[in-house]
Design a protein around this ligand. Structure first.
Ligand SMILES: [Zn+2]
Length: 434
């Protein structure tokens, strides 16, 4: 057993019985002692109420520093990652991102995917991420991506839980290839079906087909939705209507949903009502949205100052009772030139970009408990009996210290081991331009 003394735990990640009756909105945390055995947390108690330790118990004094559960990155693209040197996006636009990576796919062999995705996983691991869901570009010929990620899933079992979701245009689900795509992804262990949506009069029919195929196979769907600033883009609304029309019984997650933020407020509110009724979860990708949205258009030459930050209506969704997570999305590829699989960075930037500090106690959920719920792992992302013994200890004694210093050092606790993993050096990728 490992007994972690004096851990300062974000209050909203504790069992209800341990949450302070009166919460300090600026420092919403509680000092706790945590007992860990093998790979689970077996007990959580307020500091001072833990009985003296017996023989064979190792003690670690967290000294009042903030302790988070292992992070959940609910939306990534491990097949595209670390291709920036090979396929850069010089205009920073969505359109160039698509064409640049379409050409890069010729390089996606097993060895290439293992090198890039493996580096990404080591980077995420070192910074405390313990669950990653990745979307994988998928057509009938995409077996290598799914097979390689299945191999990595086995290699990382017990350290990082790796989930996969196929990514294709949803019109593919109205073609004869639909069954091939679904079967390929699920044969290699996909957690849900997926796709990116494009507004068209045919979209409701495409969604009906997608939901029917998912329903046949007993899985949920995880979609890319409205990643643009066009108020006419209402794929989110159409997804909610399709879920309700089909009485789809499995989990539905929609990523991005940027255009919701530029729509008329009455229209946005009625869409949010539909989203809540359809029990859809939302994943916002603030880093990628801030980078890619509001770039050059034909009417506004590059460079220009962006007028909006690209994030969806996070607070409105939360206020309506819709679960919202934040995730990393692309890293060092044509959709986002930067990134480091650091979910603390995603959390910090989400706080800044979306003013999550206005509900600081709940803000931590976007990269922990809510993210875990949306990927179907409801014991993850919490510090509670029965949750994984995967913790991140920050050298910060308050939210003020933590959120002020992006380079705050951290240690990890996995099982009964306290350790300080290091992110791999970029030179290990072996892709630097000469
Ligand atoms: Zn994405």
């Amino acid at each position: 057993m490992l007994l972690v003394r004096r851990a300062r735990v974000p209050a909203s990640l504790l069992p209800l019985s341990l949450q302070p009756a009166v919460l300090d909105s600026l420092e919403p945390s509680a000092l706790c002692d945590l007992a860990l055995v093998d790979d689970r947390i077996i007990a959580v108690a307020p500091t001072g109420e833990t009985p003296p330790i017996g023989p064979g118990v190792v003690e670690f004094d967290a000294g009042g520093m903030l302790v988070f559960p292992g992070f959940i990155d609910a939306h990534t693209h491990l097949d595209k990652t670390h291709t920036w040197y090979r396929a850069p996006n010089r205009s920073g636009t969505f359109a160039e991102a698509i064409t640049a990576l379409a050409h890069d796919k010729d390089h996606w062999t097993e060895a290439d995917l293992l090198r890039r995705a493996g580096f990404a996983l080591r980077t995420a691991w070192a910074q405390g991420t313990r669950v990653i869901r990745t979307h994988l570009d998928t057509g009938p010929q995409s077996e290598v991506s799914h097979a390689t990620l299945a191999k990595l899933r086995e290699q990382w079992r017990g350290r990082i839980t790796i989930q996969t979701v196929p990514l294709c245009a949803t019109d593919a689900f109205t073609t004869p290839e639909a069954d091939q795509i679904a079967d390929l992804a699920l044969r290699y262990g996909a957690s849900a079906l997926g796709g990116f949506l494009i507004m068209s009069p045919d979209l409701p029919r495409q969604l009906d087909h997608t939901l029917a195929i998912a329903c046949e196979r007993g899985v949920g769907i995880d979609l890319h939705v409205d990643e643009n600033d066009n108020p006419q883009a209402e794929c989110l609304r159409l997804v909610a209507e399709a879920v309700l029309r089909n009485q789809f019984p499995y989990p539905v997650v929609c990523g991005h949903c940027c255009s919701l933020a530029v729509q008329d407020s009455d229209r946005a509110r009625s869409t949010i009502d539909l989203v809540r009724a359809a029990r859809i979860g939302i994943i916002s990708l603030p880093l990628c949205n801030a980078y890619l949205q509001d770039r050059r258009t034909p009417a506004s030459p590059f460079p220009r100052t962006p007028r909006w930050r690209g994030v969806t209506l996070i607070h409105d969704l939360l206020a309506a009772g819709v679960p919202v997570a934040c995730a990393g999305d692309n890293v060092r590829d044509a959709f986002y030139a930067y990134g480091n699989y650091d979910m603390f960075e995603v959390y910090l930037e989400s706080v800044r970009l979306a003013h999550l500090d206005s509900t600081l106690a709940d803000s931590v959920r976007v990269v922990t408990s809510t993210a875990a719920d949306l990927v179907g792992l409801p014991t993850n992302g919490r510090i509670a009996p029965g949750s994984p013994a995967q913790l991140v200890v920050f050298d910060a004694h308050s939210f003020s210290e933590l959120l002020s210093r992006p380079a705050t050092p951290r240690r990890c606790i996995d099982g009964e081991l306290v350790h300080t993993p290091r992110v791999p050096d970029f030179s290990e990728l072996g892709d630097r331009p000469v």
